[in-house]
Design a protein around this ligand. Structure first.
Ligand code: ADP
Ligand code: MG
Length: 273
């Protein structure tokens, strides 16, 4: 496929202040939900935590980004296939090193992405917890940012702190909020309203609510079995809400600037210069 024919990709970073609020599970299951809507999805695992996407989905990874630089492997050798054909660039492939590449390595990587000819409609980035420059870097490069929070006060405080850093340091002023692990719809809406009020009052930015995912034992059961929730518990309440969120996102996606995967990665790599 030539460069001009390449399709545009929608890039979405999934971020939170606090760890353990459900980013990785949301990213993995949203990816499957998008697949069921006939979208090609690539997950970039930029999470440095222990519970990485390859672990929760029991996917074996073989190669590292270093294998790219040595010329021994191509990008497609690093990308592994997950359930239902989702593609994953695992963090164990050294993706976090993207923030510390030299000029030659960057060039090599851009070349790799330019020759990567698989179609990708959605690129989901599972970021690390916290407010490190690594998180800022991936959020800045993405077109959309989903902030995941739970109802815990610490999760909400950290979500606000992340929004504030992304706004003040990186001039990001558009955020989507997903409230995870709540009792019911009412609690989800309350959490969103509180976060949104704070962002409006102190930062003068308004947040978009994309929905809630209830607390559901099936999420933990799926994690323990190292299988995707959407895969083994498709009728669970959590899975149904994720499907709903994927549809909402699909229907509200046309007002953003689009670019190709190569465009996204070009931007990503340039920001490290
Ligand atoms: N909706 C939910 N219902 C019940 N448990 C959940 C839910 N979402 C997440 N969890 C629990 O939280 C844990 C951490 O989720 P994870 O996606 O790894 O968080 P993060 O990537 O933000 O660190 C999961 O292993 C699961 O046990
Ligand atoms: Mg995670």
């Amino acid at each position: 496929m030539s460069v001009v024919e390449k399709k545009s990709v929608r890039t979405i970073a999934v971020a939170s202040g606090k760890g353990g609020v459900g980013k990785t599970n949301i990213a993995a299951n949203l990816a499957i939900a998008f697949r069921r809507l006939n979208k090609e999805v690539l997950i970039l695992d930029a999470d440095l935590g222990l519970s990485n996407i390859d672990v929760i989905l029991n996917i074996a990874t073989q190669y590292n980004i270093k294998d790219l630089f040595s010329g021994e492997k191509k990008l497609k050798d690093l990308i592994v296939e997950g359930p239902e054909g989702i593609k994953i660039l695992p963090s164990s492939s050294g993706i976090q090193e993207l923030t510390a590449l030299d000029e030659f390595q960057r060039l090599r990587l851009i070349e790799e992405f330019e020759s990567y000819d698989e179609e990708v409609d959605y690129l989901l980035i599972d970021t690390s917890s916290g407010i490190s420059s690594n998180v800022g870097f991936f959020c800045m490069a993405a077109q959309e940012i989903i902030i995941v929070t739970s109802a815990e006060p610490t999760a909400m405080t950290d979500a606000y702190a992340l929004i504030k850093v992304l706004f003040t340091k990186y001039q990001e002023n558009y955020f989507k909020v997903l409230v995870n692990n709540v009792k019911d719809e009412k609690e989800g809406t309350e959490v969103y309203k509180r976060l949104s009020k704070a962002a409006e009052r102190f930062l003068s930015i308004s947040l978009d609510y994309i929905g809630y995912v209830p607390r559901d034992n099936c999420v933990q059961k799926a994690v323990r079995q190292q299988r995707a929730l959407m895969d083994i518990y498709p009728d669970s309440e959590a899975a149904k809400r994720i499907v709903q969120i994927s549809k909402n996102l699909l229907n509200n996606g046309d007002n953003h600037v689009k670019g190709t995967l190569q465009f996204f990665l070009g931007g990503l790599l340039k920001t490290t210069c």
